[in-house]
Ligand binder design. Structure first.
Ligand code: FES
Ligand code: FES
Length: 162
């Protein structure tokens, strides 16, 4: 017997997307395999590593722990949606490059989402607040220091640009 499908309407990076999906299709699989938004990475697949982080209505969530149907009617932002409208990198993405906040890059989309989520609500975070915001995202390469520096640099530039 074929699995029944459920209609969803989800705004992804500013675009309305309509689909019919199985009830148990994870959000990360839908984003990557159906929409080809492969910037969102899959790591542990059980909520530990943060590689699959996306924003749900502006708040970072683990897309491996959500079913696509749970995002119905909501707004999703993936790492692709952080870029500027012309496709160039955002202030935060630039800062990660400048401070060497990435090496292999596997954790980077999730780190960017976590950091952007923080900066959206707190334009002048302390080091402790930055460490707390990225505390649920694992990085095997950088030792985290340069990631913290990237977020501090981006916050400073965003404040100066206002
Ligand atoms: S893949 Fe989702 S938290 Fe690790
Ligand atoms: S840069 Fe390699 S896991 Fe973070």
């Amino acid at each position: 017997m074929s699995e029944s499908l459920h209609k969803v309407v989800i705004e992804v990076n500013g675009k309305r997307r309509e689909a019919h999906v199985p009830a148990r299709l994870s959000l990360v699989d839908w984003l990557r395999e159906e929409l080809r938004l492969t910037g969102t990475h899959v790591g542990c697949e059980h909520g530990i590593c943060g590689a699959c982080s996306v924003m749900l209505d502006g708040e970072p969530v683990r897309s491996c722990l959500m079913y696509t149907v749970q995002a119905n009617g909501h707004r999703i932002t993936t790492v692709e949606g952080l870029a500027r409208p012309d496709g160039s990198m955002s202030v935060l993405q630039d800062a990660f490059c400048e401070t060497h906040g990435l090496q292999c890059g596997y954790c980077t989309p999730g780190m960017l989402i976590a950091a952007q989520g923080l900066l959206n609500s707190n334009p002048n975070p302390t080091e402790e607040q930055i460490r707390d915001a990225i505390g649920g995202n694992l990085c095997r390469c950088t030792g985290y220091q340069q990631i913290v520096e990237a977020v501090e640099l981006a916050a400073k530039r965003m404040r100066e640009a206002k």
